[in-house]
Design a binder for this molecule. Sequence first.
Ligand code: 4AD
Ligand code: MG
Length: 476
Amino acid sequence: MQQSIAELLQSDQFLQEVHLKGWVRTFRANRFIAVNDGSTINNIQCVIDFSTTDDTLLKRITTGAAIAVTGILIESQGKGQSVEIQVNEIEILGDSNPEEYPIQPKKHSFEFLRENAHLRVRTNTFSAVMRVRSALSFAVHKYFTENGFYNLHTPIITGSDAEGAGEMFRVSTLDPNNIPKNEDGEIDYSQDFFGKETNLTVSGQLEAETYAMALTKVYTFGPTFRAENSNTTRHLAEFWMIEPEVAFMDLNGNMDLAEDFIKAVIKYVLENCKDDLTFLDERFTKEESTKPAQQRSEMSLLEKLNFVVENNFKRVTYTEAINILRNCKPNKKKKFQYLIDEWGTDLQSEHERYLVEKHFKCPVILFDYPANIKAFYMRLNDDGKTVRAMDVLFPGIGEIVGGSQREERYDVLKEKIKALDIDEKELWWYLDLRKFGTAIHSGFGLGFERLVQFTTGMGNIRDVIPFPRTPQNAEF
Ligand code: 4AD
Ligand code: MG
């Protein structure tokens, strides 16, 4: 039976014949082949006897080649590994021409690897990131399942703009060269596939709310799409979002849930991805050491992860945050790109990061934001000018979670929809929830890639999703 390299490296069944398949990482001295199959960050060393191995076969053992090995598991003679394999038989399953193969055993830049995103997972860094990503995804489902939530699949094609930001990708089967128009010269969507204007979803929240109003605790975890033209290290045009929604839960409960959930999934990877995190921790420290001293992270990656798990998030109102920011050094010395002046201004990521990294030095939950910088569905406070919104802010990332208590009062919601000039006809079913058995309820959205970024210490969000979609880039 073929065993994974992870299993073989744990094995103590010495002197037994084993079979393995994988890809050559390096081949040294015509003798030592480092083989990896993705089951672990670690390679297994396969030792061949070149005096009895055919010369043409030796030449085909090149970086990237797929091989099958039969040999004897022995305790390693060399340093750095516990076991190795004395090869009896080696078969080349797939050659890899060393003149052409882009992933050589040396340091490649992340830019270069992004251009080779189909092969970059064959490097230590990307395979580690993608294994951690997979473990985090499992931890998300585990957490919610164990806490009585139902998983729900919300639609990807939708007729409503949940966030009201108008940054949506159109879904249409109309012929772009021959678009039907009505008498007023407007596009006649009645002739389109769905008979109405449709887009890719920016959030599953509105549909999740309908399910929470029957199943009480639900969550959706799916792809979301935003056509915002932001070329930053934290934005993707296609990203995955985790959105729990809970009936009978207010904003305080929502903050408790977000904090408990984030801690649980990070704890899960700390316990289950030790080898990968150790590798990523070293990579992070090396990268930080190349930065100027003031920009360097004060903690190692593992220290940051443990810090998040072990410490309470600081909860601060928007109004308190504005007062801190208005009087802080970078604002007074005009170091911020966007200066904080009046109550009511939206926070930029430079402000969020100042609060988290310089002022509080821990994860922060900001809540009770001005109504006019937040989405229509958030519950209005009694002051009439703030809403029960919350954002969780993380070091090095900025906003990782956005959520709120939802407006459950029919009249208030209807007024808001009208005031914002949102087409009420598109939201009749959403308003219905407030007509039939309405109840307070809350939820949030966590950007999965931002969580993976934080957990792996990767600087650019494009390096934590297999095939990033960003403006001017949809290769692969
Ligand atoms: O704050 P946002 O826009 O909130 C919502 O969409 C709500 N409907 C969620 C809810 O209450 N159910 O987005 C939520 C999170 C952000 O905090 C961020 O982590 C992530 O989604 N996010 C992005 N991640 C990557 N690329 C982008 N372009 C992102 N936009 C938002
Ligand atoms: Mg937000």
